[in-house]
Design a protein around this ligand. Structure first.
Ligand code: BG6
Length: 487
């Protein structure tokens, strides 16, 4: 571990994301020596807080964190400074510039600046342009921008946002967060695919029948209706997390692990999303909204902040195809939703049955059970289902799972997604961040689905605690498939 020197400015320092994710992650980096003496964090937001109050907020956000004993929490929090900030007021940026310079001196932060945008996305552009016009960029160290989702609302708004941040930062200074890329099991996909002769040669249309990605959540919309009503499951989860998972599952082997090589491989897959006509989008994607009749699980339209006639989907299922020659004709079935059976992210690769089945005459007509499932979260591990002989005199072939899971203890001791990603940003490693061309391709794809949905009022419902509307099962049944799911 190498100590990283930086002045980190967090726009949105009083917000939920900062408290739930960023401060705990920064604390773990501190605990592990990646942040040590030579750093300061400036938190900005509108409210008029003092440094003391801010440091109390930091301490509170660390309750229950591993290693969060009072001395170290206190020492850590002493590096935090609060600056009340109106994002549209140029003078406030001048104050920030001076404060950054002062803290850089005080902590010998090497002239490095990390700007972290963790607030409402409508301000990302204006902040970026003020960072440039009020000269917050440092001349003596690095300047990096870390930017949270949502990165736009459709292709046009994403492009506008991208243009505005490009006015202050070059692409190699921009770290767009998709926190799924910080998850251990997502990072392990390359090792599974490219590190094993049992998988590497068969990971293509010749051997793969279909790929499935389920990103199920147990929670509902909670307190986020304001945002969620403008987004819905398609924008909230498919355009970003699910598309990134597809990229890692389907991309060709990169030449190396350099950011450029990995990004190139991912880009080639996302640019090969088979374009949809509006009619195809309507046929290949289904949406749904949860309904429920308990106090915890009300109808979505009864949730606080949700319009009574809301047409926001809380569930999406779809069938995606790629034009990449390794994958033509292989469906990628994806689904995600709120208030589903339980929280679990699973990726299953279903292999084709072997062409010649010598076991058919002895009563085993179906050898289609061979599959590999990657459990991303909350369990982390794999399950490989193999066909083998059942015990007994007769030669009957059955399916046997080979299972591996990391232990709860191992998981608890591994870095959390944000810890991985912030450490990467501090180290200047862009591999696990998304690039503009990936967003461009995925927004263009998703916009078509929105277009199809906006043209039709149809909104199937599903019971809270279920796996989505029946239309989602029907979608796969139409192609003779069914959902893979370890419940
Ligand atoms: C976020 C979405 O990007 O991902 C949330 O905005 C969702 O709606 C969350 O709950 C899921 O992330 P995780 O890490 O809990 O699977």
């Amino acid at each position: 571990t190498q100590e990283q020197a930086s002045v980190i400015t967090i726009f949105g320092g009083s917000g939920d994301l900062a408290r739930r994710k960023l401060y705990p992650a920064l604390f773990q980096l501190y605990r592990h020596g990646i942040l040590h003496d030579h750093f300061a964090v400036i938190g900005t937001a509108r409210r008029p807080w003092t440094n003391e109050y801010y440091r109390d907020v930091i301490a509170t956000s660390l309750e229950g964190e591993a290693g969060a004993v009072s001395d170290s929490v206190h020492a850590f929090a002493s590096h935090f400074y609060y600056q009340s900030h109106d994002v549209t007021d140029a003078d406030h940026y001048v104050t920030l510039r001076k404060l950054s310079a002062q803290l850089d001196d005080k902590y010998s932060a090497g002239g490095n600046r990390l700007f972290y945008m963790a607030m409402a996305p409508q301000f990302f552009g204006i902040i970026a342009s003020h960072i440039r016009s009020e000269q917050l960029l440092s001349a003596s160290g690095y300047n990096r921008l870390v930017i949270e989702k949502p990165f736009g609302h459709d292709f046009d708004s994403a492009k506008e946002l991208n243009d505005s941040i490009n006015s202050a930062f070059d692409e190699d200074q921009i770290y767009r967060i998709d926190h799924y890329l910080g998850k251990e099991m997502v990072q392990s996909l390359m090792a599974i695919r490219f590190g094993n002769p049992v998988f590497k040669p068969i990971w293509n249309r010749d051997y793969v029948d279909n790929v499935q990605i389920t990103l199920a959540e147990a929670v509902g919309v909670e307190e986020r209706a304001g945002y969620y009503e403008t987004a819905g499951a398609l924008r909230d989860m498919v355009q970003n997390h699910i598309m990134q998972l597809i990229a890692y599952v389907a991309m060709p082997e990169p030449e190396s692990l350099t950011p450029a090589a990995v990004h190139q491989a991912k880009r080639s897959i996302l640019e090969s999303l088979k374009p949809l006509t509006t009619a195809q989008a309507a046929d290949n994607f289904v949406r749904g909204q949860y309904v429920g009749d308990t106090p915890d699980q009300r109808d979505y339209v009864q949730e606080d902040g949700v319009a009574a006639d809301s047409k926001t989907e809380t569930f999406v299922a779809g069938r995606i195809e790629l034009t990449d020659s390794a994958w033509t004709g292989v469906p990628f079935y994806v689904r995600t939703g709120k208030h589903m059976t339980r929280k679990s992210t699973q990726i299953t690769v279903n292999f084709k049955p072997t062409e010649h089945n010598i076991f058919a005459p002895v009563g085993c007509p179906d050898l289609s059970g061979n599959s590999l499932t990657i459990f991303v979260e909350p369990e982390e591990g794999y399950r490989l289902v193999v066909n083998s002989k059942q015990l007994g005199q007769d030669y009957h072939v059955g399916q046997f799972p080979l299972n591996f899971r990391h232990t709860a203890n191992e998981i608890a001791n591994a870095p959390e997604a944000y810890e991985h990603l912030i450490q990467d940003a501090l180290a200047g490693n862009q591999t696990n961040f998304t690039r503009w061309h990936e967003l461009k391709a995925t927004w263009q794809y998703v916009d078509k689905i929105r277009e199809a949905w906006d043209a039709s009022p149809d909104m199937p419902t599903y019971e809270s605690g279920s796996m989505g509307p029946s239309a989602s099962d029907d979608l796969l049944a139409k192609y003779g498939d069914s959902w893979s799911w370890d419940g």
